[in-house]
Design a protein around this ligand. Structure first.
Ligand code: PXG
Length: 289
């Protein structure tokens, strides 16, 4: 495998960045996790738009055009002979002196890793996943807007550790008001009385690209969509539940906080949305060649 760092490809073992990079020292940077399906990058424009918005939010001026970044992503896939894979595009504040100020960083750094990912065991996509609510709350938008896909994942990692300590793969995270925000790396959806329900924008979740795809699919299947405040009570009493994410794709949830969701099996609308997602993933995208 070869990793792109600031204009050059390096063999995996030699793909290194400076310890003085503020991405390493302070988590000062942003990233995207992107999927490659059958030689096409899925929703590349949306990912690059979100990257630009994250950059804007942290006052990081991208010295590359969208086309240049797009070329880096596609070239990384070609270089590694991938037709299916997971791309991690990381932009950090760059190398600087010690001290929080981004002013002493001369230029941002860009890294692109084109690899594969297996987030959850494959069997869970058929059987459904069991999750719990984490004690750790999703960080308040007043402290760090969760819309920014930043290099600061400790909030989510703490919740992930809590899930794993109790034998679970994933967990719900509530926002500072106690409403459901998202999971540690996935957005949350419910099906209740034939409607698709998901936490509203600004509920403390990342604006997921896969979330957006799920909403489009629901519209095409004429499933009414409600973006609103979601409580744990709503989750426990839903007919179906599933999670979405670039890495996770669409994964059914069959138990939350020891309450069985619906009949305890992945539901029919979840299956329909998952099937449509697979179709879209195999048909759409930016060709890397
Ligand atoms: N919420 C959070 C906090 C995320 O990090 C999502 C939701 C889903 O968004 P997308 O746009 O992917 O549909 C994410 C996704 C990684 C990695 O290692 C990244 C994510 C999740 C898991 C692993 O690159 N981000």
């Amino acid at each position: 495998m070869e990793v792109y760092i600031d204009g050059k490809f390096h063999p995996k073992a030699e793909a290194k960045v400076s310890v003085f990079d503020h991405g390493y020292l302070y988590g000062d940077g942003i990233f995207e996790g992107i999927r490659l399906y059958q030689g096409c990058v899925f929703r590349l424009e949306e990912h690059l738009e979100r990257l630009e918005m994250s950059a804007k939010a942290i006052c990081l001026t991208l010295p590359w055009s969208r086309k240049e970044i797009s070329d880096i992503v596609c070239e990384s896939c070609r270089r590694n002979g991938l037709t299916d894979g997971y791309i991690r595009l990381v932009i950090s504040r760059g190398v600087g002196d010690l001290g929080l100020s981004p002013k002493n960083c001369a230029k941002p750094s860009v890294v692109c890793i084109a690899d594969t990912i297996n987030l959850y065991p494959e069997v869970l996509y058929a059987s459904g996943m069991k999750i719990i609510t984490a004690p750790t709350r999703r960080i308040s938008p007043a402290a760090l807007p969760p819309m920014i896909k930043s290099l600061n994942y400790l909030n989510n990692i703490l919740a992930k550790i809590e899930a794993q300590q109790h034998g679970y793969h994933e967990c719900l995270m509530l926002n500072d008001q106690g409403y459901v925000a998202e999971c540690t790396g996935d957005n949350v959806f419910l099906i209740s009385k034939g409607r698709l329900i998901t936490p509203a924008p600004y509920s403390g979740a990342l604006a997921g690209i896969t979330r957006q795809v799920a909403l489009e699919i629901a519209a095409s299947l004429r499933i009414p969509v409600v973006e609103t405040n979601v409580t744990r009570y709503d989750v426990w009493n839903a007919d179906e539940c599933f999670l979405t994410g670039t890495a996770a794709e669409v994964i059914p949830v069959t138990e939350v906080d020891a309450r069985q969701i619906g009949d305890g099996k992945p539901g029919p609308l979840t299956a329909a949305i998952r099937a449509e997602f697979r179709k879209k993933a195999s048909r759409e995208g930016t060709m890397i060649r």
